[in-house]
Design a protein around this ligand. Structure first.
Ligand code: ADP
Ligand code: MG
Length: 519
């Protein structure tokens, strides 16, 4: 039975992949919109020229439709590529923005009761693209007001939990039917007569790009709740040092400092690695790799300067990631997060211990630590790539083995139907398997059917003929069947022939008939 907690996790993970899917749908849509818009703009120009030459009401209709299409594309580009204007990141208090947006809906307040409950006003600061986020909130509020046909209420809450800003927008509107849930956030999905279906697509894209998450809860004729969780400035602001709330006694070693503050280390790490955070359980299940455990190990190896252990560890990890086909991007994000948190810790250690360090000491430390992390990454990637290559190689080997199916007709007759192109790699496997079989068995005849085979070049053909000579040499009779026109031409063209102990027949059946007639 699935426990409630497991079930929650499942929903959580699905949500996340759904959101990232929506984000990538947006990317694709943007690409298409971009491609289609340019030719349409050209068509529009020609229509205008045409109108000047010979005005016609049909041209007006065509122009109107075209403008409509261009507008749709513009909308789509806006939604799916909100980065178009390349807005820069800034820190801003979320509540002030929410209030200014809600102000735009003043004319609705005679029918909708607006309740706001903003907590942690001063610390609810987001570091991100302000205009894009404002647009997202506008879209959500607009939907909420539109969902209430006559009278109703909208509640907007804001609070902080675990360094994340939570924004909850709840309306008492018409709600979303269960069967429509999967379409929420897909571009063009709308139930409104004059809707564009672009609002929520923009919301999902922007929130996802800010490392956030959206939970939707809705009941028909009761109302809808959009719950947004966005990492606060604390998490995103990468410039400047982070003053960690660490309780530490003076005079302890760096290692002790790390060991004593294991919890804070983990907490910070999870804040930094937003995408990996969602995958930790999955990675544990798939490869029984404990990312948090490994992060501690890595950091300790680094601060204790245990270079050898670090390299061995990197190698092992690289192999494990290759073996379980884990996404390499997560590893990169994870190591980068470890690097950042490690430096935050070093800063706080320095701050608390009030070490007397000079500039040289600091720069040496920087070099050592970053070099160790780089070396870890290097070894990791080398071992990952090697392991992947090995896996590929063994698959290739297996395929080669499988394409040389030697059958024993009787204990004296072996049979190999050779199928497909025989190239440099395959001829070697073929030789090994054929000789192995001839030497191990008591076969006096070896039938090779070539009706479905071809040789990639003269060298392969020569190798093959040598193999046949080898079979004769061992004292087994080579029987070749199914030599087609192409092979004949290839052999004659190169002045090649089978040795005189080789028998040839048109088909395998002929060969077998001959054999039974003789015996
Ligand atoms: P549009 O508003 O143009 O229809 P959106 O992307 O903003 O496009 O919304 C898509 C659809 O999602 C809406 O048409 C509506 O069916 C549904 N929806 C969104 N928000 C709400 C809400 N608060 N209450 C009920 N339905 C909603
Ligand atoms: Mg809308």
């Amino acid at each position: 039975m699935i426990s409630e907690e497991q079930n929650d996790q499942a929903i959580d993970q699905r949500d996340h992949s759904h959101q990232s899917q929506l984000a990538s749908v947006g990317q694709i849509a943007a690409g298409i919109a971009h491609e289609v818009r340019n030719p349409l703009t050209a068509v529009k120009g020609f229509l205008q020229l045409l109108k000047e030459k010979s005005p016609d009401s049909y041209i007006d209709v065509a122009e109107m439709e075209l403008n409509h299409a261009l507008m749709t594309l513009e909308n789509l580009l806006q939604v799916s590529k909100p980065d178009k204007e390349d807005e820069s990141l800034c820190s801003f208090k979320i509540s002030a923005e929410l209030e200014s947006i809600l102000y735009l809906f003043q004319d609705q307040l005679y029918r909708v009761n607006l309740i706001t409950d903003f907590q942690d006003v001063d610390s609810a600061i987001i570091y991100g693209k302000k205009n894009q986020l404002k647009k997202a909130f506008f879209n959500l509020f607009k939907n909420a007001f539109e969902a209430i046909p006559k009278q109703g209420a909208i509640t907007v809450k804001q609070y902080i939990e675990d360094h994340n800003v939570h924004i909850v927008i709840q309306d008492t509107g018409v709600g979303i039917p269960k069967e429509k849930f999967p379409f929420i956030g897909t571009p063009f999905f709308t139930t409104k007569e004059d809707g564009t279906g672009m609002g929520l697509a923009q919301v999902f894209t922007v929130i996802y790009q800010h490392g956030g998450k959206i939970e939707v809860d809705s009941e028909e004729n009761k109302g809808t709740t959009f719950h947004l969780i966005i990492p606060s400035e604390m998490v995103y602001k990468k410039d400047g040092v982070i003053h960690l709330d660490i309780d530490s006694s003076k005079g302890i070693t760096l290692k002790e400092f790390f060991l004593n503050n294991r919890d804070i280390f983990e907490q910070q790490l999870l804040l930094e690695a937003v995408n990996v955070k969602e995958k930790i359980k999955e990675i544990h299940t798939i490869g029984s790799i404990n990312l948090l455990e490994n992060a501690h190990k890595l950091v300790l190896y680094i601060i204790e300067n245990r270079r050898h252990d670090l390299m061995m560890f990197a190698k092992k990890e690289g192999e494990a990631w290759a073996k379980h086909s884990l996404t390499i991007a997560f590893k990169l994000e994870w190591i980068q997060a470890i690097r950042r948190v490690l430096w935050d810790f070093l800063y706080n250690f320095d701050r608390i211990q009030e070490l007397e360090v000079n500039r040289d000491y600091f720069y040496t430390l920087e070099r050592n630590i970053n070099e160790l992390i780089d070396q870890f990454l290097n070894s990791f990637f080398i071992s990952y790539t090697k392991a992947k290559d090995d896996i590929l190689h063994s698959h290739q080997q297996l395929i080669n083995e499988l394409t040389v199916p030697i059958v024993r007709f009787t204990s004296y007759i072996s049979f190999l139907p050779l199928v497909g192109k025989v190239d440099k790699n395959r001829i070697k496997t073929i030789k090994d398997k054929v000789f192995g079989q001839v030497l191990q068995s008591e076969a006096h005849s070896f039938i090779i059917d070539l009706s479905k085979a071809s040789f990639s070049g003269e060298a392969e053909l020569l190798s093959f003929l040598k193999m046949i000579d080898g079979i004769s040499m061992i004292g087994c009779r080579p029987i070749i069947t199914g030599v087609g026109q192409k092979l004949v031409e290839q052999m004659m063209g190169n002045n090649l022939s089978f040795n005189n102990r080789t028998e040839t027949y048109r088909t395998v059946n002929h060969a077998l008939e001959q054999y039974y007639m003789k015996s």
